[in-house]
Design a protein. Structure first.
Length: 325
């Protein structure tokens, strides 16, 4: 390439042709908005706000996407455009995928008995980008969710389809004396990076120092997790942080079988691994991995203990170790 020349990205030009094409048309939620699903959601999230239960209850706004999901059997009204775009990227070598962010706009509350309909469109495909995970393209879909034919909210979901980057010189960057198993795994695929912003930066600073910090409202002393700018219980914006003891139990869990992602499995082969909702002794819950036991032995109520796992030179994560005993 000479000065002033621009290299055409022919793949990007083909991908852009999908912008504006429907990803789902006239979709219908499989269930009416209903109280049992609202209750299960609130119990999983630890959200006891009175607006979500009893007479006149509404659904938590963040459940917006939940009412559109097709479950294991899927939807029959999905357009083939999204699959075509994904296949085009796969054939070009961009076979890995990670969800990067989600934006939701709420226009009206959803109430039990509402029938949900939705339309989705491929809103944007980015130019080729290079990230710490690798090089690829960001794909954004927008879903318009309606209740009783009235627009209730908009859900934007963005993924990165990428070609994984192999870490360079990672073996020499581990701290001296670090666990040999992690050293041997230096060439494994990297885990996706957490999104750090002004609201949660303190949490990740604590993790880097091997401290699991929980927010506590300065007005009503209610603990909360994940970190938020205000208290769900009283609305106060004032808070401090307390360090978790590290004791917890498995509140709920799933075993991930597919797609295989080596960075998340202990054996590095991408085999099944357990993802759990951990209830901490301090009364909040967080999502993490359970290590130390076969994934099919993880059970609800299992006691677990906090550990900090360095997955690669640039990332430390809080995980939990269980015991079959």
């Amino acid at each position: 390439m000479t000065d002033g020349q621009v290299v055409r990205d022919e793949l990007y030009e083909r991908l852009r042709a999908y912008e504006g094409r429907p990803a789902a048309t006239a979709g219908v939620g499989k269930d009416l908005v209903n109280e049992p699903m609202i209750r299960h959601w609130c119990e999983a999230m630890g959200d006891a706000h009175p607006a979500y239960g009893g007479p006149g209850a509404v659904a938590p706004p963040t459940m917006l996407q939940a009412w559109t999901m097709g479950g294991l059997s899927g939807h029959t009204d999905r357009s083939g455009a999204y699959d075509e775009l994904s296949g085009l990227l796969d054939r070009a070598g961009y076979t890995s995928v990670v969800a990067t962010d989600c934006e939701q706009e709420y226009l009206r509350p959803l109430r039990p008995g509402d029938r949900i309909t939705f339309d989705a469109v491929i809103e944007a495909v980015s130019e080729r980008k290079t990230t710490k995970l690798g090089t690829g393209y960001f794909v954004t879909t927008r879903m318009d969710v309606r209740a009783r034919d009235e627009l209730a909210g908009t859900h934007r979901f963005r993924i990165l389809k990428y070609r994984p980057a192999k870490p360079k010189g990672t073996a020499s960057t581990f701290p001296e004396g670090h666990d040999a198993a992690v050293m041997r795994g230096a060439d494994r695929a990297l885990r996706s990076r957490p999104v750090i912003n002004r609201d949660n930066a303190g949490f990740w600073e604590g993790v880097a120092a091997h401290r699991l910090l929980i927010q506590r409202c300065a007005a009503c002393a209610t603990p909360r997790f994940p970190w938020l700018p205000g208290c769900n219980a009283c609305g106060s914006a004032e808070w401090d942080a307390v360090e978790a003891s590290g004791e917890g139990t498995v509140f709920s869990h799933v075993v991930m079988h597919h797609p295989p992602f080596p960075a998340f499995s202990e054996d590095g082969e991408g085999g099944p691994y357990a993802v759990a909702l951990i209830e901490l002794a301090e009364g909040v819950r967080m999502v993490s991995n359970v290590l130390g036991v076969p994934c099919d032995k993880v059970r609800v109520g299992m006691p677990v203990r906090l550990e900090f796992l360095r997955t690669d030179p640039g990332l430390v994560l809080p995980v939990f170790r269980g015991s079959e005993g």
